[in-house]
Design a protein around this ligand. Structure first.
Ligand code: XIL
Length: 356
């Protein structure tokens, strides 16, 4: 079958990636990876809890394994993630057992930790690649800064510990530090539900403010964890709206998958699920077909917008490895990706490659 990176590359999408961990660096999953993708995102290996579980103790074993794979196969890496509220150890926000507050000393401490974290990663990468040939072409500098609903914060920003202690400008600080320590990388802001009209408005509002303040942001990420009922048009509207803010901004689809569950707003807003998820279709074949049609429509749109889209990353290669199978509960019916449990192509793959 045709290679996704060739098909999409010919349509103007330069980076075609998937989220991976060490399991995709060997055996048939690695072969599939090499054939279809020219980039990847470390699914968990680059997150704060993986890289610096204890203050000052950086651990790069997992990330290095993936970078070894990138070097051996000449593929690029989308770095994920420098500053986030999730999968970030509690120690970032504490002084001993005391929670940090917004007082000047605590703010200075948290900013110093943000810098030490970003610098620690950069030092490691610079030491690995003394000739400046790092495969890490981009970074998610801040992830999921906008809340799903309304908050009392500017731009409806999420009331995370980062926000509570440092305020809106924690985002500016993260980009300035990332720019200092990763001067060659493209620096992205990233979020989910960016296709939802109300969250789109808040995301754009923040991006405009960052641009107006001269923050060194290069790109805007749309995670695109979507479901079969979500209009593709919404994501197209978001891509065009970002382009209107500044046509020089890069845009990436950073975590694409398509779920076949009934909507669950409780989980979407980050709380405990209100109701358990349930399958949106009677059987697995129907779900696979509908996901395939969704991919067909989505990629028809991405082809229309390919001059704006620099990178598309699937959140996993094969259905068996998708986080949706286990998050936030067991969901064996999910078939969100272009390859199935046995690494064979799915209707999603054909929706992308052969849209007829
Ligand atoms: C997910 C991973 O896929 C899971 O393995 C992990 O348990 C939780 O995080 N938004 C993001 C990603 O930015 O980092 C998340 O990845 C999915 C949602």
């Amino acid at each position: 079958v045709p290679s996704l990176k060739d098909v999409l590359g010919a349509q103007g999408i330069e980076h075609v990636g998937a989220a991976i961990d060490a399991r995709e660096t060997a055996g048939s999953a690695a072969n599939l990876m090499r054939k279809h993708f020219n980039a990847f995102t470390p699914e968990n290996a680059g997150k704060p809890e993986s890289v610096q579980p204890v203050e000052g103790q950086f651990t790069f074993t997992q990330l290095d394994q993936l970078l070894d794979f990138a070097d051996a196969n000449n593929v690029q890496v989308y770095g994920h993630v420098l500053v986030w509220h999730s999968q970030t150890p509690e120690w970032f926000f504490k002084d001993g057992s005391r929670d940090l507050t917004g007082n000047p000393a605590d703010r200075a401490l948290l900013k110093a930790r943000m810098e030490a974290h970003i610098k620690g990663i950069a030092d490691h990468i610079n030491a690995r690649y003394p000739n400046g040939d790092s495969p890490v072409w981009a970074w998610d500098v801040v992830n999921e800064t906008i809340a799903d609903g309304d908050t009392a914060n500017p731009h409806d920003m999420r009331d995370s510990r980062w926000f509570q202690i440092l305020g809106e400008r924690y985002v500016d600080e993260a980009f300035r530090l990332a720019d200092r320590y990763f001067p060659e990388a493209k620096l992205f802001i990233n979020d989910y539900n960016t296709e939802m009209p109300s969250k789109r408005a808040d995301y754009l509002d923040l991006i405009r403010a960052l641009e107006a303040r001269g923050v060194p942001i290069d790109g805007v990420g749309h995670q695109a964890h979507v479901d079969v009922a979500r209009p593709v048009q919404w994501l197209e509207d978001s891509i065009r709206a970002v382009e209107k803010v500044n046509p020089d901004l890069l845009q990436a689809i950073t975590e694409l998958d398509v779920n076949a569950s009934t909507e669950n707003q409780g989980a979407d807003v980050g709380g405990a699920p209100v109701d358990p998820y349930s399958p949106a279709f009677e059987n697995d074949a129907d779900a696979a077909a509908e996901v395939g049609y969704y991919y067909r429509d989505l990629f028809a749109m991405l082809r229309r917008q390919s001059s704006a889209i620099d990178s598309v990353t699937f959140w996993g290669i094969s259905n068996a490895r998708s986080w949706l199978r286990t998050w936030p509960m067991a969901r064996p019916w999910e078939q969100p990706l272009p390859f199935d449990d046995d690494l064979q192509v799915t209707p999603a793959y054909w929706g992308i490659v052969d849209p007829a």
